[in-house]
Design a protein around this ligand. Structure first.
Ligand code: ZN
Length: 257
């Protein structure tokens, strides 16, 4: 049977709509505001955004990046996040197909996207996402890969390892290299993906963070230490691990023995 709407199209539309909600989370959560109430409104004039002004990407283009009421510019970040979420949904469909695992992995990817942008902007990783993610990821693991044992070890490994490294860093260098937010976020990554992916994520995030950090230091002549949003690197690394992590770890373990 052929349907007029192929699944990839449905994933795209759904992703764009969810992306619109993720924008609300990214904007409001750091301010401690509710993500459900009130409805979407202009952050400048407070005027409610009507449904036809809230169509992902299209509305931003039609309104030429301005509020329909007061004309205040609306950042291009908003349609970009909608587009990125749409792309994430399509990528998950292409990779996982209609396997039920696509559900927890999409939820996880959405959480990563929100954390990445909040950390980039505010250098914080809100507890409702990280701690909530640990609980949700662990619950999912009873029905989905990686299974509850791997998930539990992932939570302990992710939370524990980074906590120890962070403490060492603090003692040795006297500065906080990693916040508790990063520790909780890695616990969340472990909960959803299991302990193998935690190792992959830490390696990828550390290497990419070090490279970007070095480039920034050179560009700024090293006069001040620019605090890197490590959570943003963890997000990107965990997303890669969500797709490829297990295959890479299995390959590596096979090489060893
Ligand atoms: Zn306005």
């Amino acid at each position: 049977m052929t349907t007029p709407f192929p699944p990839v199209f449905i994933f795209l539309i759904f992703g764009l709509m969810i992306g619109s909600f993720l924008n609300v989370c990214i904007y409001r959560m750091p301010l401690g505001k509710s993500v459900v109430h009130p409805g979407s409104h202009c952050t400048k004039c407070g005027k409610a955004i009507r449904w036809y002004q809230n169509i992902p990407i299209l509305s931003w283009i039609v309104l030429r990046g301005k509020c329909g009421s007061c004309g205040d510019p609306i950042s291009i970040i908003y349609p970009l996040i909608e587009a990125a979420t749409g792309a994430l949904f399509v990528a998950h469909y292409l990779w996982f197909g209609l396997d039920p695992i696509v559900l927890p992995r999409l939820l996880f990817a959405c959480a990563l996207l929100v954390l990445a942008f909040i950390d980039l902007e505010h250098r914080i990783l809100p507890n409702p996402i990280t701690l909530g993610g640990i609980v949700v990821g662990f619950l999912f693991s009873f029905a989905f890969p990686p299974g509850w044992q791997a998930s539990l070890i992932g939570i302990l490994l992710g939370g524990g390892v980074l906590f120890v490294v962070g403490e060492l860093y603090l003692r040795v260098r006297g500065i906080e290299g990693m916040g508790m937010g990063d520790v909780k976020m890695l616990g969340m990554i472990g909960a959803f993906l299991g302990w193998k992916a935690v190792i992959v994520t830490i390696m990828l995030a550390s290497v990419s963070g070090a490279i970007v950090g070095a480039i920034l230091m050179l560009a700024q002549k090293g006069d001040k230490q620019y605090p890197l949003p490590f959570g943003t690197f963890l997000s990107a690394a965990a997303l890669v691990a969500s797709f490829f992590g297990d295959a890479w770890m299995d390959w590596y373990v096979n090489q060893l023995g």
